[in-house]
Structure formats: C-alpha cells, structure tokens
Design a protein around this ligand. Sequence first.
Ligand code: AMP
Length: 235
Amino acid sequence: MQLGFRFDPAKKRFMRLILIGPPGSGKGTQAKLLSQRLGLVHFATGDILRDESQKDTPEGIRANQHMRAGQLVPDELINELVNARFNGVQKPSKFVMDGYPRTLAQAVYFDAVLQKQALEPDAVIFLKVQDEEIVRRNGARWTCLNPDCRATYNTITKPPKVPGRCDLCQQLLFQRDDDKPDTIRKRLHVFHAQHDDILRHYQKRSLLVEVPGTGDIEVIYGNIVQALTRSSDPS
Ligand code: AMP
C-alpha cells in the first residue's frame, strides 16, 4: 500500500495522541494508520471491552449489558481497565487512544493516570463528521469475527474483496449490534451529550486539533498530519 504523509521519526514528535470522534467517524481506521506509521500502541477501549466480554470476565459481562443497549459503560469500570494497563508491565509509552476518554470524568481521570506515569499527551485530534453521514456509514460497517484481527470494512467506502469475508484472515464478517441504525442514533445522542465538555477540557489545555473526517481514508490521514504539523509549528 502506498503510504501517505509520514512524520520524521528523528524528531520524535507526536508519540502520545488521543483521537476523539463520533461512532463511525473513522477514528478506528485512522488510529490504526497512526499506530502503524508512527509506531504507536493502538489503545482501543471498545476492542478491550469486547475481548473482556468474549472471555466472560466479570468486567466483560457487566460492560456487555451497556454496550448492547448503545450506552457507555460506567466510568469507574473503564477507568479501572485503563489504569490497570497503564500501570502494568506492558504499559504503553507511545500510544494513540481510540475511544477513550469519552466523558469529562474519564478525561480528568486519564490526566491523573498519565501525569503519574510522566506521559503528557501531545495532541487531541477531533474528527468532525455530520450526524446523517454517521448513520449512513455505520449501516455499512462490518467487522471481522476473529478476535486477533478485528479488521473493519465499509461496504460503501472500504468493501472487502470477497463479500462477507475478511481480506486479512478470511474469517467471516459480522455487523456489531451497536452499528445498527437505532443503536447508532442512541450512541450519537450520548456522544453529543458528552463531547462538548471533553473538547472544552482539552481546548483549555491547548491540546485540541480539529480535523474534517470526510473524504478518502488517505485524505483524512493527510488532514490529521497537516493539522498536527501546523499545531506544533511555533510560527
Ligand atoms: P467503540 O468500539 O469505541 O465504538 O466502543 C463500543 C462500545 O464500547 C461503546 O458504545 C461503549 O458502550 C463501550 N465503550 C468503549 N469505550 C468506552 C469508554 N471510554 N467509555 C465508556 N464506554 C466505552
């Protein structure tokens, strides 16, 4: 695959990023690209929760009830999972957060977790996409069943080569309950109720970078890189 923009690794910039956007804004895809191209750990709380749920851990069972209803899982549950990973032996020092924080309480908690580890975030990227576009995109989203793969496809913008099968591992694709139209409307409602506070929180800390999340995947990636470069330019 032809790569788009690349950072100069010698400058060691943008090692710790937080990606925020409505469900289906493409933040998962962009987080994966940022992770591959910048060598960052892709920290996706939705994937962590789905894994816990598949393993039937107490946290997973509890989280699943909320996820199936299109609601956020309680702050204390997700905060503890994040804190455990950032305090564990394999704690990431370079990362891109995908799906966390999602409430102001999580953002404040995460500030403290990072501060304790001396890991200040470099930037918070907000991927902006209109609601109608989000509903259209989510109806077309399919995810790989393989828990070690979890590749996502979009029958409009990024279809699999063989319908219903993953390009990477050939496993079957499925539509997540929380990608169905009624659930997505609920999730958008939840997103709007929460995100203003979070954006304001990071704006106050001069970390927020807003990027249009529409267009081709590489165009959006380019928008992110340009916005980050502009934000870090002292002139
Ligand atoms: P995602 O894959 O990021 O779209 O997340 C799927 C679902 O997992 C969400 O709809 C929530 O129910 C739950 N979830 C993921 N991350 C969080 C979080 N930071 N706070 C609360 N719930 C979360």
